[in-house]
Design a protein around this ligand. Structure first.
Ligand SMILES: C[S@@+](CC[C@H](N)C(=O)[O-])C[C@H]1O[C@@H](n2cnc3c(N)ncnc32)[C@H](O)[C@@H]1O
Length: 368
């Protein structure tokens, strides 16, 4: 695999650029280390509006010892990991810097999703993400990853699946619109490559990955067909892609309560492509260049200590955040209370049944 390493190196120069925000370079990087540029962009988007424009200049963080609250912990974690395990930072995929700044490269919808999913990364990671571990385990079993498989998790969230795939031996890259979740994922596995980006325009070369996974993320793309076309572009000949989407009656019931409380456009809209429709999604995958598509439903229950615990696990999710913003917390909590009351057992614990429809698609051997 070719391409630059990401932030394993010591900084080489200090930059206090007066260039426009999107053109600034991190002290770790240059045009040839665009991942650092991406980190700058993440920091920029986080500090936007906070009047903290200078704090995200990475060079000042490391070179002069003036810590940047945003970038420094990330880079420090990577350097510490590299010291512990020399050679840890293998070259990752080439990350092509977005044009003149993330705002120019992310769709309005992705920018909105980024905000909605970044409100409480810790809560998402600790109270929601781990509950769908049976889905990840099922997919990992079916993928049987060979060592050093180049795997992209597109819409990786807080990075649990990426972490499991890395433990299984894959060379992992994660992409997500939500900078807060990407930061959490990086902290979890500093040696992996993580990028803030848009599913419909991912900053990697054609055929860059042997496996591309997208767990419950493509449904949030403004145009899921474009996201699928991107996934196909990045999947190497004979490589595989896995898409999943929530498709159970209880998930549908919950969405029917929550989504109307949010602004239209902030929650998934299945009018372009209903990913739970197996025939339509199969056709979309075949149109994008995959040759075989296998569909399977993965069903399991999730359990909560009580209704409050169940509600707390929903709040960090994008659609619930969108509903709270639009209709207020009380209205959303009332809807969730009624939803979970019907699933509460005599001992006060709550059970919810989940079904995820999964599509495993294989690319043809060579591009025509
Ligand atoms: C339901 S979460 C799934 C996260 C993760 N795959 C998991 O299984 O926990 C959806 C993810 O898609 C991301 N997302 C939504 N729209 C996106 C877009 N247009 N580009 C990139 N990521 C997007 C969100 O930020 C969020 O992390």
């Amino acid at each position: 695999m070719s391409g630059p390493t990401t932030c394993g190196a010591e900084p080489t120069r200090q930059t206090r650029s007066t260039a426009p925000l999107g053109m600034r370079r991190c002290g770790y990087g240059s045009a040839s280390r665009p991942i650092c540029w991406t980190q700058i962009e993440e920091a920029r988007s986080r500090s936007a509006g906070a009047g903290a424009r200078s704090t995200w200049l990475c060079a000042s963080a490391a070179g002069a010892g003036k810590s940047s609250p945003v970038i420094w912990p990330v880079c420090r974690a990577r350097r510490a990991a590299a010291r512990r395990t020399p050679g840890l930072f293998k070259s990752g995929p080439r990350v092509r810097p977005y044009g003149s700044g993330m705002a120019d490269s992310m769709s309005a919808s992705a920018t909105m999703q980024s905000e909605l999913w970044s409100t409480d990364p810790l809560a998402w990671a600790q109270s929601a993400e781990g509950r769908i571990r049976p889905l990840y385990d099922d997919v990992l079993d079916r993928l049987r990853l060979a060592p050093a498989t180049r795997l992209l998790d597109a819409g990786c969230g807080a990075g649990l699946f990426a972490e499991l795939a890395a433990r299984a031996g894959a060379e992992v890259t994660g992409l997500d619109a939500a900078s807060g979740l990407i930061e959490y994922a990086r902290g979890r596995r500093p040696e992996a490559t993580y990028v803030v980006g848009e599913l419909q325009r991912m900053p990697f070369d054609d055929d860059a990955f042997d496996v591309v996974t997208a767990f419950n993320s493509v449904v949030y793309a403004a145009d899921p067909r474009r996201a699928i076309a991107e996934i196909a572009r990045l999947t190497a000949p004979s490589g595989r892609a896995v898409l999943t989407v929530g498709a159970g009656p209880e998930q549908a019931e919950s969405a029917a309560l929550i989504n109307p409380l949010a602004r239209r456009g902030d929650v998934p809209d299945s009018s372009t492509l209903d990913l739970a429709d197996a025939d339509a999604t199969r056709d979309a995958l075949l149109d994008a260049g995959f040759t075989t598509v296998t569909t399977a439903d993965i069903a399991f229950d999730v359990h909560f200590d009580d209704v409050d615990d169940a509600i707390a696990a929903q709040v960090p999710a994008g659609p619930v955040t969108a509903a709270i913003r639009h209709s207020g917390r009380a209205a959303v909590e009332a809807a969730l209370q009624s939803f979970f009351a019907a699933r509460t057992r005599p001992d006060g614990t709550v059970r919810m049944g989940l079904v995820f429809r999964s599509y495993v698609a294989t690319r043809r051997e060579a591009r025509s």
